[in-house]
Design a protein around this ligand. Structure first.
Ligand code: PAF
Length: 282
């Protein structure tokens, strides 16, 4: 696997692949890779001849009081994992390469509606940062296909909408969430949890499973959601949101059948997110 950090070198390498008629897949990450990222690379590997991964801790998607400085940077370890997973090219630009004029002067992409509420409500500007950097990576890499995790359900919805609205000729593939054996969704932020918090963390997924089962059995959503918020608080979480939406994140109506339950909650300073799909009864 080659690692490049300059845009001209990246473009040159990609031009060579394209001249050979190779199909290119992109896996965009912020590094500190775990099995969830590796599942993205493995999916990409099955979809294309060339897999390009990127590692860039994107300052534009972090709020002023968030963990940009603390975010784990583990490049050598990540390179070994990507090589073992069959990645061909890794792009690791600096912040100056991505935002040469600085963040304040940077052109931004905003995806309305689907970016609002849920994580967009608690993290103002977060999805503008995600959409901006992902659109930039799409322009730089010009992949045929790009893989993103379903754990970040709203992020995936924002990217899908952006691709439609801006007519990017890129197929977006959502890859199922990879979980620890106790059900906790893998996340780079799980590393912030102490032992006690790590033991509590799977309760988030367990609560979502219990609510899914209850709602599929006919429990009225509002009642189930309020029970879920209470259960989270009792387990020691500070709930941020727990919401039921249609799969495109529009509000649930009387005719909605395919839905998704989405939750974000803090354990100490660590914010965890998760989601689960369900079918509402008629
Ligand atoms: O999901 C992530 O790791 C990031 O939000 C992404 C898509 C790489 C954009 O910085």
């Amino acid at each position: 696997m080659r690692t490049l950090n300059e845009i001209p070198a990246l473009r040159e390498a990609l031009d060579d692949f394209r001249r050979q008629g190779q199909r290119i897949a992109l896996v965009a990450t912020m590094g500190n890779l775990h099995q969830g990222h590796i599942a993205l690379v493995e999916t990409a590997r099955r979809q294309a001849d060339i897999v390009v991964a990127t590692i860039f801790v994107n300052p534009m998607q972090f709020g002023p009081n968030e963990d940009l400085d603390a975010y784990p940077r583990t490049l050598a370890d990540d390179q070994a994992k990507l090589t073992a997973a069959g990645c061909d090219l890794l792009f690791t630009p600096t912040t100056e390469t991505v935002y040469p004029r600085g963040l304040a002067s940077q052109t931004r992409i905003r995806v309305p509606e689907v970016s609002e509420g849920l994580c967009g409500g608690s993290r103002p500007g977060h999805f503008d940062g995600v959409a901006t950097v992902v659109s930039m990576l799409f322009n730089l890499v010009q992949p045929d296909v790009a893989c993103f995790g379903q754990k970040d359900y709203q992020q995936l919805a924002v990217i899908r909408r952006m691709v439609q609205d801006l007519h990017f000729p890129i197929e977006i593939i959502g890859v199922p969430t990879v979980r620890a054996s106790d059900g906790l969704a893998l996340s780079s932020r799980n590393g912030y949890l102490d032992d006690e918090q790590r033991a509590t963390a799977p309760r988030l997924h367990q609560m979502l499973e219990a609510l899914r089962d209850a709602m599929e059995d006919g429990e009225p959503p509002e009642r189930a959601l309020s029970m879920g918020r209470e259960a989270l608080a009792q387990a020691g979480f500070t709930p941020d949101y727990l919401e039921l939406r249609a799969t495109d994140l529009s509000p649930v109506t009387a005719t909605t059948r395919d839905a998704v339950l989405l939750a974000a909650a803090r354990l100490g300073p660590t914010r965890l997110i998760d989601n689960i799909s369900l079918t509402l009864p008629r």
